[in-house]
Design a protein. Structure first.
Length: 260
């Protein structure tokens, strides 16, 4: 789907991957709706897009709150492209994580993507066109030790993508899953303790990518109608190794990962 002239809604667009994706969609001629909790950061991103000559509006919403997802869907009619990118979650052993924190890291990304997609799916199907992008983490492919809550929410997001793809076959509405390796966003300062838990094997093999590279991958996924994009290629190689040699790959991730 060409994005020029289309309406795109990006969640988690106040910073990081979402902010860069919103900017790139706008640079490709789309009108972008930016969603997150921080009104101030959203306004900065809208200003940045407007100064570049693009078209954007900010929508403040806490996507961990189902009521606010409903209100957002009433405020913004179904876009042509929905990017489910907002996400949080510290990497912790399950019994070290408070129940409230487990609920929050499951709510965003997983429940937020599930509920917001549900809000817009009917209109997309009726129009017979639309695109949904779910931004996911490598741990949805290659489990690592010490982040049960974060990891299970990403597996749920992977399940959502696969289920939707099956239901949407032949409807004109498509789904992409974009999975970057480690990204040089503020994620690791926003979620302290996560960075240290990346297994040594992944640090050694997989270079860090930038939010701008993620934005390109997200816009490309829509324009080229790609089902799945894992990058950089070293991550893709590791993922293939996980499918060919699951025992060895998961042993290496465990051996070079976090223990207590
Ligand atoms: N960084 C990485 O290495 C990496 C790698 C692969 C995948 N990912 C995934 O990519 C997604 C984006 O990550 P990032 O690196 O861009 O992280 P980030 O810089 O921390 O940005 C997260 C975004 O999500 C928004 N957000 C968080 N909770 C929210 C809520 N309750 N309601 C609405 N918006 C909310 C934040 O905005 P507010 O705080 O203003 O609400 C922010 O805009 C995450 O799901 C992450 O797991 C990240």
């Amino acid at each position: 789907m060409q994005v020029e002239g289309k309406k795109v809604l990006v969640t988690g667009a106040s910073q990081g991957i979402g902010a860069e994706a919103a900017f790139r969609f706008a640079a490709h001629g789309a009108h972008v709706h930016l969603v997150a909790r921080s009104a101030e950061l959203l306004d900065l991103q809208v200003k940045r897009i407007s100064e570049f000559g693009g078209s954007a509006t900010a929508h403040q919403a806490d996507l961990a709150d189902a009521g606010q997802i409903r209100a957002l869907a009433e405020e913004v009619p179904a876009p042509d492209v929905l990017v489910n990118n907002a996400g949080v979650g510290r990497w912790l052993f399950l019994d070290d994580t408070e129940p409230e924190e487990l609920v929050t890291m499951t709510a965003v990304p997983y429940l937020a993507a599930l509920l917001l997609t549900r809000e817009y799916l009917g209109a997309m199907r009726q129009r017979g066109s639309g695109w949904i992008v779910n931004v996911n983490s490598p741990v949805s492919r290659l489990p690592i030790p010490g982040c049960v809550g974060y990891q299970s929410a990403r597996w749920a997001l992977r399940g959502l993508t696969a289920s939707l793809r099956s239901d949407l076959r032949g409807t004109g509405v498509g789904v992409s899953e974009v999975i970057p390796g480690k990204v040089s966003s503020e994620y690791f300062s926003n979620n302290p303790g996560a960075e240290e838990r990346i297994p040594g094997i992944a640090r050694l093999m997989i270079p860090t990518v930038t939010p701008a590279q993620c934005a390109k991958a997200i816009v490309d996924a829509v324009e080229k109608e790609r089902a799945e994009h894992l990058f950089p290629w070293q991550l893709k190689a590791f993922e293939i190794s996980g499918r060919l040699f699951p025992g060895l790959t998961s042993y290496l991730a465990w051996k070079t990962g976090t223990h207590r």
